[in-house]
Design a protein around this ligand. Structure first.
Ligand SMILES: Cc1cc2nc3c(=O)[nH]c(=O)nc-3n(C[C@H](O)[C@H](O)[C@H](O)COP(=O)(O)OP(=O)(O)OC[C@H]3O[C@@H](n4cnc5c(N)ncnc54)[C@H](O)[C@@H]3O)c2cc1C
Length: 429
């Protein structure tokens, strides 16, 4: 059986919440889908100790006339509808208009020791802490690039972790130039000042990278390199992330064109947030990294348009332009530099699902050839991690994914709505 909606929104982060609200305000029947058990997306992820931020609670409370389909992972498209896997089985979701608000994920770059237990993405570590993973009293190093490092460090500190330092790979001059531009985005400037205040006493080092992680079976120490040389720091946890890459796989599966202007593709949209596929819109970080404000504005624009109300959408467009410029500023000042690209050694694992070292990929110029010969990108993450890393390292662009988008049960792929215990078998794409 297919559940049908006038407007179906995929992703209940800030963009998707705004899209659902805007579409429903015109009386459309709206379905809001997310793989997570709660709405909020990445920035508004529910925190077991501190709850959800006020803006998130307000955005969720404002959903009237919207059917929230939590724990629904879209894994495939099926005859004009989307196949969602749920805890109890699967369902088909039909729509007249579709808004893709699938957000972004962290860019992880390999370095010696990055697969040791205790090492994770900076945003990933933040998410673990919010979900109740115990970090109280742990000595934590945060490294990588971009403002997310500050947000992650602040969350960890609020959960009792001892943050030893934040190591930003961008130079002090680049970060200063970025901070100088924040005058044009006063809300961002205030947010940065508030975060720094929460991190009083935590060193924020520039031009500083984690070169190697050491440990026997678990992280024990990291080697940090800056302009003054190399220092070793004992720690329990390392969170290291090099910014964000858009989640484009669902759009790609639906045939939407991607914009390949930068190393990491984003969903291509026109000024009305229309993708190349009729009646499919994209909003928020799936369409390029820009942060919370742009996600909210674009979500509202896409929701109005998906419900057929262009005038309301047009009113929001100047604001969108301003916030999109902030995304360009982030890319300019925080893109990983050559020192970071040179961290992985030939024996460093690049594909951690299939244990493929970087050296095994020498001589390959194409993701598909590399996959066929080495199994790189063939595991559960389907190249989401290693594919983005290899593109960033200049090896080769990411190959296209294949359905199912995420590991899914056989019963889901067979189109069975309800599960019997014997059908509870999972397959990777
Ligand atoms: C790990 C991480 C932590 C972050 N923390 C912060 C922070 O602390 N502060 C900050 O300012 N910014 C943070 N950001 C940046 C953040 O991505 C944006 O500012 C903002 O959340 C973007 O909103 P969005 O609605 O575009 O996407 P998101 O908030 O990423 O929401 C996308 C949603 O789509 C859902 N989804 C995707 N694909 C599917 C599918 N196939 N089926 C079902 N559901 C799907 C996801 O579960 C997710 O909930 C973080 C980003 C990441 C990756």
């Amino acid at each position: 059986m297919t559940e049908r909606y006038d407007v179906l929104v995929i992703g209940a982060g800030p963009a998707g919440l705004a899209a659902a609200r805007a579409a429903a305000s015109h009386g459309a029947q709206v379905g809001l889908v997310d793989a997570q058990p709660r709405a909020g997306g990445q920035v508004w992820r529910h925190d077991v100790r501190h709850g959800a931020p006020r803006a998130a609670r307000e955005a969720i409370a404002a959903l009237r006339g919207v059917t929230l389909l939590a724990q629904h992972s879209i894994v495939a498209s099926d005859d004009g509808a989307l196949r969602a896997e749920t805890p109890d089985g699967s369902t088909l979701l039909g729509y007249r208009a579709l808004v893709l608000a699938t957000g972004a994920r962290e860019l992880l770059l390999p370095f010696p020791g990055w697969t040791l237990p205790g090492v994770s993405g900076a945003g990933g570590l933040q998410a673990l802490a919010k979900q109740g993973w115990p970090v109280n009293g742990k000595r934590v190093v945060i490294a990588g690039s971009g403002p997310l490092l500050l947000a992650a460090a602040a969350t960890l500190r609020a959960h009792g972790a001892k943050v030893l330092g934040i190591h930003e790979q961008a130079s002090a001059a680049s970060v200063r130039a970025f901070a100088g531009q924040l005058i044009h985005w006063p809300a961002r400037a205030l947010q940065a000042v508030a975060l720094r205040a929460k991190l009083t006493g935590v060193p924020y080092c520039f031009g500083s990278i984690v070169r190697r992680a050491h440990g026997d079976g678990a992280l024990r120490m990291v080697e940090i390199e800056d302009a003054h040389g190399t220092t070793c720091v004992d720690c329990d946890l390392l969170g290291v992330g090099y910014g964000l890459v858009p989640n484009v796989e669902l759009a790609q599966m639906l045939g939407c064109a991607l914009d390949h202007a930068s190393v990491h593709p984003r969903v291509q949209v026109d000024e009305l947030l229309r993708t190349s596929v009729p009646s499919v819109f994209a909003a928020g970080e799936a369409g390029g990294i820009g942060g919370l404000a742009v996600a909210r504005i674009e979500g509202a624009i896409a929701g109005h348009l998906a419900a057929g109300h262009q005038d309301d959408a047009h009113a929001l467009m100047p604001e969108r332009e301003r916030e999109r410029r902030f995304g360009a500023l982030l890319a300019k000042h925080f893109s990983p530099g050559a020192r970071v690209h040179a961290l992985a050694m030939p024996d460093t694992l690049i594909c951690r699902c299939e244990d493929v070292p970087l050296g095994a990929l020498d001589g390959f110029a194409d993701a598909r050839d590399a996959k066929l010969a080495t199994r790189c990108g063939m595991g559960a993450c389907q190249g989401r991690i290693c594919g983005a890393a290899l593109a960033e390292l200049g090896r080769f662009p990411r190959g296209a994914g294949r359905p199912p988008l995420f590991p899914a049960r056989l019963a889901t792929l067979a189109g069975l709505a309800d599960l019997s215990p014997s059908e509870n078998t999972e397959v990777t794409p």
